[in-house]
Design a protein around this ligand. Structure first.
Ligand SMILES: [Zn+2]
Length: 484
């Protein structure tokens, strides 16, 4: 997924006072670092890492070589994965060791791109009119390069963080069957064990006409799940209708589902959001926000707020029918009627729990409800049951992370609110969160809200945005890990 989409879709945020603190001086000679950062960016874009014909391993090896050349010991690096094309790179930057490590994650794979669709070659890094063009310039090779550059810069100046910093550059976030973060969690947990995780695939700075409006941090994400609803029937001649028509049966079930609302529920992040938002809003909306924070929440206030789609999706799991397919001839009774229902599940609940709830609401033994696998559990495969795994409900962002953000973002984008978001897409954070490592989407990449091209044609990133992204992450990570 992508930060930009999550910024656009983010359903809530809270405003925080930005402290003015002493700016952290960048080490000497910012320019060589920028130049190196662009070289790394170019190298990554030029390596095709699509699932169809690309190689994650080639990109991982290129980055490994950069660390070796810079003097990182070979023993601090691991290249490992389930097959030859999907090798992930894990690098450990040693710190004082007083605290549990911080894990940085970045996916190396990109969404497919066809040369014919694009104005430029998607797998050739191109600088044009103040932009870098290429597949992955927004999602997320720019941030992979920034993560690598940050560690190289810190290493060059002999910086010793207060703890180990681990970098994992991984496979198959966008698709494919070998999700690297999931694979590492399941097979080499010790290599990536951390107190918390920073994932620049989420968050970022939203610009409107060149002006920064919000600094978004993904503090949580909803779980994505598709379900396939099926009714089958012997069918027959359409001149002889029978009561148990497969289409009517399915339509009646969907009708019941359309009137159903999952229970409203708040967690650490959404509670903090509504608290702050209630101070910014006025009138009935502000009153309602205060009223839902009470124990128990005021049901009328929940109802009124739920009429706004963004508040509704913040308050509860949502499910909606997105596809319908039925019948085989105009003059025959349907033998099969099928629908896809897409759900966005609040953290703390499992996909199987939601499947059971859909079955209960459909209230028809004739409608079968199966789970459609995604990324980690078989792309597009149909399963009788959904996974049971659930992520812990999120807590508010850790104070040390928030303080470092306030310090660095407050200096680079003075006066703009730092906004905590719950992404309604899914990133690799789903796996680290599920593994008990709180994961924050943090990035200093600026993007115009109407120039979101992740997954799209002619993907590009402003040169100035990249430079600031490089500066931000360096300052942020250094501030976060400087021994006190
Ligand atoms: Zn992404």
């Amino acid at each position: 997924m992508t930060r930009r989409i999550s910024v656009l879709l983010c359903s809530y945020y809270f405003f925080l006072t930005i402290c003015t603190l002493a700016p952290l001086a960048r080490a000497q000679a910012a320019d060589p670092n920028h130049k190196e950062a662009v070289d790394i960016f170019r190298e990554l874009i030029d390596i095709n890492t699509t699932d169809s014909v690309g190689s994650i391993t080639d990109a991982a090896k290129a980055m490994q070589q950069r660390f070796l050349t810079a003097g990182f010991p070979a023993s601090d690096m691991q290249l490992l994965g389930p097959n030859d094309l999907k090798q992930n790179l894990v690098v450990r930057y040693h710190g004082a060791g007083g605290k549990k490590p911080i894990l940085l994650i970045g996916h190396l794979d990109v969404v497919e791109a066809r040369r014919d669709d694009w104005t430029t070659d998607p797998f050739q890094f191109l600088t044009k009119d103040g932009y870098y063009y290429g597949r992955g310039t927004q999602d997320m090779k720019e941030s992979d390069a920034i993560l690598v550059e940050t560690l190289l810069s810190l290493h060059r100046e002999g910086f010793r963080p207060d703890r180990d910093i681990i970098l994992a550059l991984t496979a198959d976030e966008e698709g494919g069957k070998s999700n690297g973060v999931n694979w590492l969690v399941e097979n080499h947990r010790n290599l990536i064990e951390a107190e918390y995780v920073l994932n620049p695939d989420g968050g970022g700075v939203e610009l409107r006409q060149g002006k920064a409006t919000i600094f978004a941090v993904d503090a949580s994400e909803k779980l994505y799940a598709d379900y396939q609803l099926t009714v089958t029937n012997p069918g027959g001649h359409s001149s002889l209708p029978v009561p148990d028509n497969a289409i009517y049966e399915l339509a009646d079930g969907l009708e019941r589902l359309s009137h159903y609302a999952f229970p409203a529920e708040l967690n650490g992040v959404t509670r903090a959001y509504f608290e702050t938002e209630s101070k910014i809003m006025s009138g009935q909306t502000a009153d309602d926000m205060r009223a839902i924070l009470k124990t128990p929440p005021d049901p009328d206030a929940v109802k009124r707020l739920s009429q706004t789609p963004e508040y509704n999706s913040t308050l509860r799991t949502t499910c909606v029918a997105t596809r319908l397919d039925a019948g085989h001839a105009n003059n025959a009774l349907p033998q099969r009627a099928q629908a896809i229902v897409n759900c966005r599940i609040l953290p703390g609940h499992s996909k199987e729990e939601v499947r059971q709830e859909i079955i209960r609401v459909l209230d028809s033994p004739k409608i079968g409800v199966k789970y459609v696998g995604d990324g980690a559990d078989g792309q597009g495969e149909i399963f009788d049951k959904a996974p049971d795994k659930k992520a812990l409900p999120p807590a508010a962002i850790k104070p040390e992370v928030m303080q470092a953000l306030q310090q660095v973002a407050g200096k680079m984008w003075p006066g703009i609110p730092i906004v905590s978001t719950m992404a309604d897409g899914a990133s690799d954070g789903i796996f680290t969160n599920a593994a008990g490592m709180p994961t924050y989407g943090v990035s200093g990449i600026e993007l115009e809200s109407d120039d979101v091209r992740a997954h799209g044609k002619d993907e590009r990133l402003p040169i100035a945005s990249y430079d600031r992204g490089v500066d931000f992450f360096y300052d942020f990570l250094k501030t976060l890990t400087t021994p006190h």
